[in-house]
Design a protein around this ligand. Structure first.
Ligand SMILES: NC(=O)c1ccc[n+]([C@@H]2O[C@H](COP(=O)([O-])OP(=O)(O)OC[C@H]3O[C@@H](n4cnc5c(N)ncnc54)[C@H](OP(=O)(O)O)[C@@H]3O)[C@@H](O)[C@H]2O)c1
Length: 258
């Protein structure tokens, strides 16, 4: 059986990758700094501890794997500083262990945004582009869960925050996982890039309205002025990249059934 290593396999995107890979018949090893609590562990997964930032445990985590999907997260300034380097460590270990491919999860249009967090993604993508083994960078649009989180946050103050005139093309993390496992299975040489977004590109206000309806919120939608050109000039939109099949409304409906 082919072994897929998932860096950050205990996280939101990583655990979706783990589930997708198991469903496709892969053997799966997840690594992260902390092991999951028994109740959160997915049956059949080999969970090991490794730290991409220090390199500790990486060689063992990758041993015998065909490919690695990097779904690591580095929020906060300190983490953003080390993450490109963590990518370098991961790729060096992957090359040393004879892996055929490394796949990085990045963010759609990250090179168009002035935010430090997005710049750290671009810096890490560059590390992937210079790797000694074939790589695929999969840039994903904002997850449905992120939009829901933003709407829920404002609603504590009885407003649902929207961005005046801005559009989004959010995607279900399960669809992102599909794209990542597809990429891990490819046999193309070199360094590839692709962007995946959800099935709909719509005003943020429309998504806010869908969220309001789904959760039964009476909070008022507040159209905030757009602070950066990334949104006002719709640089966050990647045309022609629809890949996900689950709409935001369908995803919200699924949460109710969960
Ligand atoms: N949210 C969105 O809308 C969105 C959209 C597009 C792309 N993305 C990208 O998707 C990626 C994953 O996001 P997520 O929300 O799934 O993150 P998450 O839930 O915070 O998961 C992060 C994972 O990385 C592990 N990790 C962090 N630092 C590590 C280290 N030094 N060594 C080993 N493991 C480490 C974490 O486990 P430990 O903490 O136990 O180590 C966890 O398993 C991010 O790069 C993000 O930018 C997100």
């Amino acid at each position: 059986m082919t072994l897929l290593a998932v860096a950050g396999g205990t996280g939101q995107a990583g655990s979706a990758v783990v589930r997708e890979a198991l469903a496709r018949g892969y053997e799966v090893r997840s690594f992260s700094r902390r092991l999951p609590a028994p109740a959160a562990a997915i049956e059949g997964v080999d969970y090991v501890a490794a730290d991409a930032a220090t390199g500790e445990g990486l060689a063992a985590a990758l041993d015998g794997a065909h490919a690695v999907v990097d779904a690591l997260e580095g929020r906060g300034r300190a983490a953003q500083r080390v993450f490109p380097e963590a990518g370098r460590r991961l790729l060096a270990a992957a090359h040393g262990s004879g892996l055929q491919r490394a796949v990085m999860l990045s963010i759609a249009q990250c090179d168009q945004a002035p935010f430090g967090y997005y710049r750290s993604k671009v810096a890490k993508e560059e590390v992937y582009d210079a790797a000694k083994l074939p790589t695929v960078v999969v840039r994903a649009a904002q997850f449905h869960s992120l939009l829901a989180e933003i709407f829920a946050y404002g609603s504590r103050l009885h407003v649902v925050a929207s961005l005046r005139g801005a559009q989004m093309q959010p995607i279900d993390v399960a669809d992102v996982a599909r794209a990542l496992v597809d990429a891990a299975a490819e046999e193309l040489p070199g360094h590839l890039r692709r962007t995946v977004s959800g099935p709909e590109t719509k005003p943020v206000r429309d998504f806010a309205q869908e969220w309001r309806t789904a959760v039964g919120s009476t909070a008022r939608i507040l159209d905030l002025p757009m602070p950066v050109r990334f949104f006002s000039q719709r640089r966050n939109i990647a045309p022609g990249t629809a890949f996900g099949t689950t709409t935001f409304a369908q995803w919200l409906e699924g949460l109710r059934g969960a």
